[in-house]
Design a protein around this ligand. Structure first.
Ligand SMILES: Cc1ncc(COP(=O)(O)O)c(C=O)c1O
Length: 516
């Protein structure tokens, strides 16, 4: 005789009325777990649904639903009556393996491809610094003021658009994206950024990160050399490393990427990655002579240039320099921009302007990744731009960001003098603070992280040795958070210097309560 389930055993399901999980799922999950970990043996008899419902004080239909789910998945046999049992057909090996699941990760059986290994290597950068790209926090770089995004306007446009969506827009679309958005982007780029393009050349992408990935797929073969600004953007380094390219770090100075140095290090590179409007992370604007010399190198060596114009909308002191792409007469430049900074990054929309002869090959590359970007976001973004909300929002952001930067720089001068030299920037969403007191930037960033702050150390972004520095983002940080953040940072830095301990061990003092 198979063992009978002890009354009260399964029934001791801790029902949580407030968990948000339907009651039947809670019962189902509990019984399933009992079967998997062997507390209920194959063939064990289960209480009837009537009894189960009475014991757990749930409705009969809830109990029936739980049993139906278990039966559909093959865990039990019979339905509801006295003869409901744990299925006798469950193999022992499955039960033992399943019971081990929570403790032991499944070992990797397939071997990783070289490109997967290259991606993992590129991603290891993320472990060297605190995690990026999460919610806004003092002083997380790269996150815009998402709290002041006009979500009501966006929601209204979205509802209106959805209500009027013609059936044809629910089918597959063009790999380059929704035509009206490409036209709106082309108009904007011609007028605001001096980009020379037609809507045919504009591809809507899932943020500039996808533009980087696409460019790497189309332009690079494994082993090809790529110039990357040093220090430079880790997102670009990751995309090129993942494609199997050899990244050649090229120094930057106050005029941007040093083209002569690039020619000396690797004249035969296939691609150069630059942020000419505002170099990430140091903030220089690439000078005109450097722009022309970069274009000349690319044209003569038949290389491509990836221009990442990621935050040029936020310029406070002077008018933005037009894009490098506007000077290109040889069709070398792939120009990328993003909606991440001017609207919100979780939307994952950006654009890539490709030279006309490359339109078909980029369309083919995109087709085999994800066909194209989702329709609805593109349609809403079109109206957001065409109806003037986009420009209005940028103007508003520009004013807010400028005020936030001034506040941060002034407070840093008052509170962090001698420890962190925070220089004002005439554009963008970040400032650089040069560390004093012989402090190491990675260790200081980790200590700051433990004090509840996020600062990006400069050294993991650079190959050549640079003085230690921290990148501080302010765009998405409210005034009160900036004040509190600077105070916390002052304590972190003062303790590091006073105790003459490496900043890493200093974090323990902070954990012990010096920073609330
Ligand atoms: C240099 C640079 N380019 C581009 C981006 C934006 O990437 P995405 O458009 O994929 O959100 C960032 C984000 O921090 C960046 O720092």
């Amino acid at each position: 005789m198979p063992p009978r389930a002890r009354r009260g055993r399964i029934l001791a399901v801790a029902i949580d009325q407030k968990s948000g999980q339907p009651l039947y799922r809670q019962i189902y999950g509990h019984v399933r777990q009992c079967i998997l970990d062997g507390r209920l043996a194959p063939g064990a008899r289960l209480p009837s649904t009537r009894q189960l419902a009475a014991d757990l004080r749930v409705s009969r239909s809830t109990a029936v639903q739980a049993y139906e789910q278990l039966r559909a998945e093959g865990y039990i046999e019979g339905l509801g009556g006295a003869e409901t049992r744990v299925s006798g057909a469950l193999p022992d090996s499955f039960l033992r393996t399943a019971a081990r699941e929570p403790e032991q990760p499944i070992p990797l059986r397939c071997s990783l491809t070289p490109s997967a290994r290259a991606r993992a290597t590129a991603a290891s950068f993320r472990r060297a610094v605190p995690p990026m790209g999460l919610g806004p926090r003092a002083f997380r770089a790269g996150v815009p003021a998402v709290d002041v995004f006009p979500v009501d306007t966006w929601g209204r446009i979205m509802a209106r658009r959805w209500g009027r969506t013609p059936a044809r827009d629910l089918a597959y679309g063009d790999a380059f994206g929704y035509r009206p958005l490409r036209e709106a982007v082309a108009d904007y780029l011609r007028a605001a950024r001096g980009v020379r393009c037609t809507a045919d050349q504009v591809m809507i992408v899932a943020g500039s990160q996808q533009a980087l990935d696409l460019a790497a797929r189309v332009v690079l073969d494994p082993g090809d050399k790529v110039w990357l600004e040093d220090p430079g953007y880790h997102g670009a380094r990751g995309a090129f490393t993942a494609a199997g390219a050899t990244v050649v770090p090229v120094p930057v100075d106050n005029d941007g990427l040093d083209v002569m140095a690039g020619r000396t290090l690797a004249a035969d590179a296939r691609l150069a990655f630059v942020t000419p409007s505002r170099q990430l992370p140091l903030g220089a604007t690439m000078s005109l002579p450097r722009r022309l010399s970069l274009l000349e190198w690319a044209a003569t060596s038949r290389a491509a240039i990836f221009e990442d114009d990621y935050d040029s909308e936020f310029r406070y002191a002077s008018r933005p320099l037009p894009a490098l792409q506007g000077l290109d007469r040889a069709g070398c430049v792939l120009y990328a921009g993003t909606f991440s900074k001017v609207t919100f990054p979780s939307m994952r929309l950006g654009y890539l302007v490709v030279p006309a002869p490359l339109i078909d090959v980029f369309a083919a590359a995109r087709h085999f990744i994800d066909f194209h970007s989702p329709y609805l976001e593109q349609a809403v973004m079109t109206d957001f731009i065409v109806e003037g909300h986009f420009e209005r929002h940028i103007r508003r952001m520009r004013a807010i960001y400028h005020e936030r930067q001034v506040l941060l720089v002034n407070l840093a001068r008052e509170r962090l003098g001698g420890l962190l030299d925070v220089r004002p920037a005439d554009a963008g969403m970040t400032v650089v603070g040069w560390l004093g007191g012989g402090l190491d930037d990675v260790a200081t960033a980790r200590a700051a992280e433990r004090a509840g702050l996020h600062v990006l150390p400069l050294s993991p972004l650079s190959v050549r040795p640079l003085p230690p520095a921290l990148l501080l983002g302010y765009a998405g940080v409210r005034d009160d958070e900036i004040r509190e953040g600077v105070n916390k940072l002052a304590i972190v830095l003062e303790q590091a210097v006073r105790s003459r301990l490496p900043a890493e061990s200093m974090a323990h003092h902070l954990m012990a309560g010096s920073v609330a």
